[in-house]
Write a protein that binds this ligand. Structure first.
Ligand SMILES: O=C(O)CCC(=O)C(=O)O
Ligand SMILES: [Fe+2]
Length: 381
């Protein structure tokens, strides 16, 4: 029960779906039976464009490729009025505007991602290491360690220069995304970061992971780590990853860096996605529970995973990591957001297998001391 393998499948969703649906159903409506009235319901095409704050026509991003099929949109909204043969009328009077999420200002193109200095303080590392070793929950401004159902550490302000996450999302727009789909999962993924040498900010993250982050994680967990493998992941509407433990070969520590550099409004609010200026105090940063996509940690029983014991939401600039072991059952809840993709850079730190403890000598035999009590006989001769 490890994590996604390399099987690929081309995306099954295509385009807006609105035109296609209408086309198919027109033919059917010519039947002799009384025609069913068409659904006068405009269907959002759920396009997201991520653009520079001062221009609308810039880099329409690769996340366009994840956009929900019409069926997925209907299923998630629970608003499919009829069976699959419903007609969706493209009502010209209703203007369907793409939702535009604007990114905050970028970092300077020549900047590299930097680790938050607060987590590098020796005293902080020592406290975390001690609590990690003793399986004790620990929290401070930057770090949260929870130990139930298994140890997961969150670094809440992972990068000291979070504006570079906007550059990373820009870089993601230039990548080729592969659709990963089978019964256990569906999402989009890129090649290993080791192959992405042209995207400066992604290369910067990869360098940081391979060097400072790997030795930091090794120091606080006491696990020997020697290399990293990672890729970018994109979960669109309906995407998910069912329960698995990540155990494969020499994977020792799993990590996920969540990227959501935009501000959103809570679901009850009517406003859409804001521009990240931060002037609306009701805004959540990056991701909300109503958008689905939580990382769910499962408790383990005798026969395997039993139930979801903890849910961790993605948040912009948050790094989550945990030791890969026989208890590390986790899954990614279905993404419900039709507007924003769940973006991450995730992978594993690899290392040698921990030394197996030397075989223990067998326990000494239990001697039954002889006794001298006469054995009474109750038989009469
Ligand atoms: O994205 C996440 O939160 C977890 C991803 C994961 O478990 C995996 O890719 O193996
Ligand atoms: Fe995983």
């Amino acid at each position: 029960m490890n994590s996604p393998s390399k099987e690929n499948e081309k995306p099954t969703s295509s385009g807006t779906g609105v035109q296609d649906d209408a086309g198919v159903c027109e033919g059917e409506s010519a039947s002799s039976e009384a025609p069913r009235p068409p659904a006068k319901r405009p269907l959002s095409t759920a396009v997201i464009e991520i653009s520079d704050t001062d221009s609308d026509d810039s880099d329409v991003c690769a996340v366009n490729s994840y956009q929900a099929s019409a069926d997925e949109v209907k299923r998630i909204r629970g608003e499919s009025p009829w069976e699959d043969d419903s007609i969706v009328v493209d009502d010209n009077k209703v203007e369907i505007k793409p939702i535009v999420a604007q990114l905050n200002p970028r970092a300077n193109r020549m900047d590299d991602p930097k680790l938050n200095p607060a987590i590098k303080v020796q005293e902080t590392k020592d406290s975390l290491a001690a609590n990690w070793k003793d399986f004790k929950d620990f929290t401070n401004n930057e770090i949260t360690l929870t130990c139930d159902p298994f140890r997961v550490c969150l670094l809440n302000n992972f990068l000291a220069n979070p504006e570079i996450i906007n550059n990373i999302v820009d870089d993601m727009n230039t990548l080729d995304w592969e659709r990963k789909k089978m019964d256990l999962y569906q999402f989009h993924q890129t090649t290993d970061l080791a192959n992405l040498t042209w995207q400066r900010s992604i290369r910067g993250i990869y360098e940081l992971l391979k060097t400072e982050v790997m030795s930091w994680v090794s120091e606080v967990t006491g696990i020997e780590l020697t290399s990293v493998s990672a890729s970018c992941s994109l979960y669109g509407p309906g995407d998910h990853l069912l329960v698995h433990d990540d155990l494969l070969a020499d994977r020792r520590v799993a990590f996920i860096l969540y990227l959501a550099p935009w501000a959103i409004s809570p679901p009850a609010g009517t406003a859409g996605i804001e521009n990240g200026s931060g002037d609306n105090h009701k805004q959540e940063c990056g991701w909300g529970a109503h958008m689905g996509g939580a990382l769910e940690l499962l408790a383990r029983g005798e026969a395997g995973p039993t139930h979801v014991a903890r849910r961790l939401l993605p948040a912009n600039n948050r790094l989550a990591f945990f030791k890969v072991h026989t208890d590390s059952y986790h899954q990614v809840e279905e993404v419900l957001s039709l507007e924003l993709p769940r973006l991450s850079i995730n992978g594993w730190f690899h290392g040698p297998a921990p030394p197996t403890p030397p075989p223990q000598p067998p326990p000494p035999p239990v001697y039954i001391s002889p006794h001298n009590n006469p054995v009474r006989s109750y038989f009469l001769y």
